[in-house]
Design a protein around this ligand. Structure first.
Ligand code: ZN
Length: 684
């Protein structure tokens, strides 16, 4: 474990925050907290916390002794002084005289002592920091330390490695109980340089930020060396057949099986996004003959349980030649996972004074021999967090198995943390957006209607894949919206298949297709070259068919329905002079939409079209607008607003129509007109 302390960086941090009125003690606390938080071998995604005891002025202007401790919801790697709210230290310290304290009382006491009452809630481990006397206290969930403590004889291993330098704290659930126990252990061994929290993590402390940090690095490095000296290949590997399915081939099956049917709403599901990992360490783990045994023993540190559930779902190896059999077996595995989870909930909820409401029974981590691991979440971000934590668990469990045998906390202790209201409060409480958990692929997404539609779907909670033959444009929009940019020319069938594989690899599947890519060809129909017509059909008809077919293939594997949305344009209904080469394939695409509605309604797949007209875009350039307005003797503005409502229609209007159709769960085979009113193009 590298020591990243630098006197120059520390001084620069102090100088920078001095300008904002932040004292050196807090500035250095920020500096080393970031150093710790930047190392995934120490903490992940909001885990761990740090504190400093200093002095601050309260609201009445009096200088008081305070504890600045990490606020709940802050990440150590990107902490700011505002992420270390100050609380009056003395009243918090006094709490250690109590015998016991409920979580609610503890939180009230923490909040009541905030110097700035509008600040964030203090970490649930605040009292651990308050009860220890040292100025700087650092707490992480270092992988190497977990590998040592997560053992049946973890205390012996730690004692052997650290001697009396570290005091050992038996596992106690975080909160008041742990703070009190840790304090008692330290009082009995006041010479210790830190604490090992069995099956949870490590605490170091000192009078300076530098020393507390360097002790953390030193103690974790000792653990790393101990782990490295142990057996490096703990898992007997199974031999793999040569036709293992790829993640893109089998992920939609898992994604569909994991989706939760909405109660009382047939054909509707709470869906998950999947994040796939398959580095060599993960593969050695999932290809181990004893995977079931070592993977399902519980979390490597308690607070992971809220992201991963108590154990992962393990399914059998998928063979390309036998995907139907795999699907059946995986279906049974998902059902038994849900049954196990419900039984676990009932076992530990029964007889509690504070009855809990059960969380959903879907797995958040799936292990697949031959393929890797999948993190599941209601968004790509949540899925990534679950996958990151699963990858860390793989590392810790591999090391622990190499040292001896991995052992987690008891099932009752796991339940206490998973259903601890203070942990649940850490999860995003934002209400689910209407397309949360859904994946949308949009073609022609780099500009105009495609871009606007991608933005609208993203705002409604969908993950978006931006497909465009302008790869740079797709990548740019992906960065703007937080999506995936994919180079894709829809006139090339191989490229379309590859693009959908990329989407499935990134998110696990597809639920919404917006088939929008198109371009206008002109020519008087009596004399236009056949080649022009064929080119237009290639893009404006076959392009839609290729994208729709690729999407339907994924949707049918998922078995949770989906929706295909086509941009057909008013030309499909109401031919414009010399626009035959554009209108004819668009008319065919309108019927293509209806054919999908007919043929795949039974799969729960809906198909609808948007029939838009006169939108500024690559199809209708400013030059074309000027020319047409002039031909009609109109100003450009009047030309663009030449409809029943008398106002220009925008790409955003079309995007809202696509979004509306994506959400219209009982609408299929429909064409929605977005043209400001043009009775000649109205459907009848
Ligand atoms: Zn902790």
């Amino acid at each position: 474990m590298r020591n990243f302390w630098s006197d120059a960086d520390a001084e620069a941090t102090v100088a920078r925050y001095r300008g904002e009125g932040i004292g050196a003690e807090v500035a250095l606390r920020v500096y080393t907290t970031r150093l710790l938080g930047g190392d995934p071998g120490l903490v992940l995604h909001g885990g761990g916390n740090t504190s400093v005891k200093t002095r601050a002025r309260d609201l009445s202007g009096d200088e008081v002794e305070v504890l600045c401790v990490k606020g709940s919801g802050w990440d150590m790697g990107s902490i700011e002084p505002s992420g270390l709210p100050a609380a009056r230290l003395e009243p918090l310290r006094q709490l250690r005289l109590r015998e016991a304290m409920s979580d609610d009382d503890m939180l009230l006491a923490q909040r009541a002592n905030l110097v700035d009452p509008t600040g964030p809630s203090l970490s649930v481990e605040t009292l651990l920091h308050a009860f220890l006397a040292h100025k700087y206290v650092d707490h992480t969930h270092a992988n190497a330390v977990l590998a040592l403590t997560d053992q049946p004889d973890g205390e012996e291993l730690c004692r052997d490695l650290y001697g009396r330098r570290m005091a050992l704290v038996p596992y106690v659930m975080p909160g008041f109980g742990l703070a009190k126990t840790a304090h008692e252990v330290f009082q009995a061994e006041p010479e210790a340089e830190g604490l090992i929290l069995m099956k949870h993590g490590i605490v170091t402390f000192a009078e300076t930020a530098k020393e507390a940090y360097e002790r953390m690095i030193e103690m974790v490095t000792l653990a790393e060396k101990r782990v490295a000296a142990a057996v490096t290949e703990p898992f007997v590997q199974v031999s793999l057949p040569d036709d293992v399915a790829t993640a893109a081939e089998m992920a939609p099956i898992l994604r569909g099986l994991a989706a939760l049917p909405e109660v009382g709403r047939k054909g509707r599901f709470k869906r998950f996004v999947l994040d796939h990992r398959s580095n060599p360490e993960v593969m050695r783990f999932v290809d181990g003959a004893d995977l079931e045994r070592y993977s399902r023993r519980g979390p490597v540190t308690p607070d992971h349980v809220i992201r991963t559930k108590p154990w992962p779902l393990v399914v059998r190896l998928p063979r390309r030649s036998g995907l139907d059999g795999f699907t059946e077996a995986a279906k049974a595995a998902v059902a038994s996972y849900a049954a196990d989870y419900s039984a676990y909930f009932e076992r530990h909820n029964a007889g509690r004074a504070d009855r809990k409401a059960t969380l959903d029974p879907a797995p958040r981590v799936i292990l697949v021999p031959g393929v890797g691991l999948f993190g599941l979440g209601r968004s790509a971000k949540e899925a990534r967090i679950a996958a990151d934590i699963a990858q860390t668990s793989v590392r810790v469990i591999s090391a622990a198995e190499g040292l001896g045998g991995f052992e987690s906390i008891s099932e009752a202790d796991i339940f206490d943390v998973e259903y601890w209201s203070l942990e649940q409060a850490k999860l995003d409480e934002a209400k689910d957006l209407p397309l949360a958990g859904q994946v949308a692929a949009i073609t022609g997404a780099a500009s105009g209607i495609g871009r606007a539609t991608a933005a609208a779907l993203r705002a409604a909670g969908a993950e978006v894949a931006l497909l465009d033959n302008d790869a740079d444009g797709a990548a740019r929009v992906a960065r703007e919206l937080g999506g995936l940019g994919v180079a894709c020319d829809v006139t090339d069938g191989t490229r379309v298949s590859a693009a959908f594989e990329e989407v499935v690899e990134a998110f696990g599947g597809v639920d919404v297709l917006v088939s929008n890519a198109g371009a206008a060809w002109q020519g008087r129909i009596g004399e236009v070259a056949e080649e022009v017509l064929r080119q237009s059909f290639e893009l404006n008809f076959y392009g839609h068919q290729r994208a729709a077919q690729a999407a339907v293939k994924v949707m049918r594997l998922q078995g949770t329905g989906g929706v295909l949305l086509f941009n057909t344009s008013k030309q499909a209904i109401n031919p414009g002079r010399d626009f035959g080469p554009y209108g004819l394939p668009k008319a065919a695409t309108l019927f293509l939409m209806r054919q999908y509605a007919v043929d795949h309604g039974a799969d729960g797949i809906r198909a609808n079209a948007v029939n838009a007209d006169r939108i500024r875009s690559g199809l209708l350039t400013d030059a074309m607008i000027a020319e047409r307005a002039e031909a009609r003797g109109l100003s450009e503005e009047n030309y663009m607003a030449g409809n029943l409502l008398g106002r220009e229609v925008t790409a955003d209007d079309v995007a809202q129509a696509f979004l509306g159709l994506a959400l219209a769960e009982s609408t299929t085979g429909a064409v929605l007109t977005v043209d400001g009113g043009n009775i000649a193009a109205a459907l009848r």
